[in-house]
Design a protein around this ligand. Structure first.
Ligand SMILES: Nc1ncnc2c1ncn2[C@@H]1O[C@H](COP(=O)(O)OP(=O)(O)OP(=O)(O)O)[C@@H](O)[C@H]1O
Length: 232
């Protein structure tokens, strides 16, 4: 079976600025992957290219062997860095909308997660705190039975106590054959759930490794390795 996510010589320029420079990557199925890098390193650009919100300047990106497009959008569930949902909508209306929109959306899963995070489905988004809105958005994304979840900064806006809970929610609700890519710079909060990491800096992949290898061979946590690699 083809790898779920593959890039070859992937480059993206915005005018003179090169946000990604010749990225080569292969992500296999069935793992939780941390896409880790400092601000402006190219994480969101990579995720947007995978969702066809941007097109490459050169090189290729393939999702399950296919170029990003209608077919790949069916199997990719994407959490953007900013919310795009209509503020006036109630959570149960959003669930209805997602059910209409995506064949693989599972409303029961969404209601279960809302219950465990103590969010009232009758509430409108505009009455919620920023962190609760982020939780709702993540619940909607994780309630699709997708093959690839691309989560751009899923825990950035929630307090540290809620982070663990959210990460456990991600873990409990993804099928083991699927792949979850999580972009973040909050590494210590997330490293316990990661199987594999991609370090990205100034548009280039500087390290890829399984988390076990970092711990066993280097005798370090992902967080301390990250601090070492990205020392200012
Ligand atoms: N639409 C755009 N026009 C011009 N430059 C852009 C655009 N989008 C991104 N960039 C630049 O490309 C680089 C990579 O940005 P990107 O948003 O991918 O970084 P990031 O790793 O996601 O950062 P952060 O962690 O701060 O979200 C940055 O220098 C950014 O300023």
């Amino acid at each position: 079976m083809s790898s779920i996510f593959e890039c070859s010589g992937l480059t993206k320029q915005f005018g003179k600025k090169e946000a990604l420079s010749g990225v080569n990557l292969k992500v296999e199925r069935g793992q939780i992957v941390g896409l880790l890098g400092p601000n402006g390193s190219g994480k969101s650009t990579l995720i947007k290219l995978a969702n066809k919100l941007l097109t490459p300047t050169s090189g290729t990106i393939l999702i399950g062997g296919k170029k990003p497009g209608v077919a790949t959008k069916k199997i990719v569930s994407y959490l953007p860095e900013r919310t795009y949902l209509n503020d006036w909508m109630r959570v149960n209306q959003l669930i209805e909308m997602f059910s209409d929109f995506y064949e693989n959306f599972n409303p029961e899963k969404a209601y279960d997660m809302l219950k465990s995070l103590k969010i009232n489905p009758d509430d409108r988004l505009k009455t919620m705190s920023k962190g609760t809105k982020e939780k709702v958005q993540l619940i909607l994304v994780m309630s699709r039975e997708a093959e690839l979840y691309l989560l751009d900064e899923p825990i950035g806006g929630v307090d540290p106590a809620a982070r663990d809970y959210i990460l456990q929610t991600i873990l409990r609700n993804y099928n083991e054959k699927a792949t979850v890519v999580i972009s973040t710079h909050l590494i210590s909060d997330i490293e316990n759930i990661l199987d594999y990491v991609i370090f990205i800096n100034q548009g280039q992949v500087v390290l890829t490794s399984s988390v076990d290898d970092i711990r066993d061979e280097k005798g370090k946590s992902v967080d301390s390795l990250f601090r070492e690699v990205f020392k200012c």
